[in-house]
Design a protein around this ligand. Sequence first.
Ligand code: ADP
Ligand code: MG
Length: 270
Amino acid sequence: MIEFEHVTKSYPDGTVAVSDFSLRINSGSTVALVGSSGSGKTTLLRMVNRMVEPTSGRVLVDGDDVSAGDPVRLRRSIGYVLQAGGLMPHRTVAENVGAVLRLNGVSRGEARERALAMMDQVGLDRSLGRRYPGQLSGGQQQRVGVARALAPDPDVLLMDEPFGAVDPIVRRDLQDELLRLQSELGKTIVFVTHDIEEAFRLGDEVVILRPGGKIAQQGTPEDIMVHPADDFVRRFTGADRADRQLRIEMRDGRSVAVDGNGRPVGVIDE
Ligand code: ADP
Ligand code: MG
């Protein structure tokens, strides 16, 4: 479980990135933090592994205040996936995936074996293990980033716009892969995105942020779609857009979902 307790972060130049933010994330669930650029998402995520220290308030992981222990150990116990992948360009893919294991004292041979097994799990062919990151596609590099974060088997996985730099079809594949992995592994995942569709797709719970890291609404995707809290949420989720407003019409004896522009968007299974 991850708990943010009244967390505030002001940077030295006076920017208040996050103010009085409180949130509880249950073990084994995926929370999607979604907001526009600059709304404090990365700041919030990095408070969990202490790459950012809160100005006030605290963050607890499984009941322990993260500021109490050694930050390096904390970081090695929490998986972290970045948008750009953050891979080491002069190390092979297998070495990248096994990097944290090596830092944790696992032998070279065992780290390699576990790295290859992790590659299987994220849908990367083992033969790619000998390549360098620059010799992989963007989508493959993101899988390497996920494999590297998962290799030490952390309970918590932090993901910062991990699929932002790939094309929509690959992005969809990566999202599907994450949903499949999560159903097998049951990690506690904090997933940051500016894309509400992605947040609705991946989050058991979705937290919509206003500028300044304030919560506009938090709930399941269904809650938020059915009961948007205010106009900000309506605009952010597109609830006010005609293409989000669906109704059912009968066509040739079948129920068809039609949007507010009268365009068919799907057939209702009955
Ligand atoms: P997001 O990830 O949602 O785009 P960030 O957490 O990166 O947002 O940033 C939130 C706000 O804090 C922004 O206004 C940003 O400019 C500011 N900020 C982030 N990091 C720093 C820093 N190191 N120094 C000063 N301001 C910062
Ligand atoms: Mg960010």
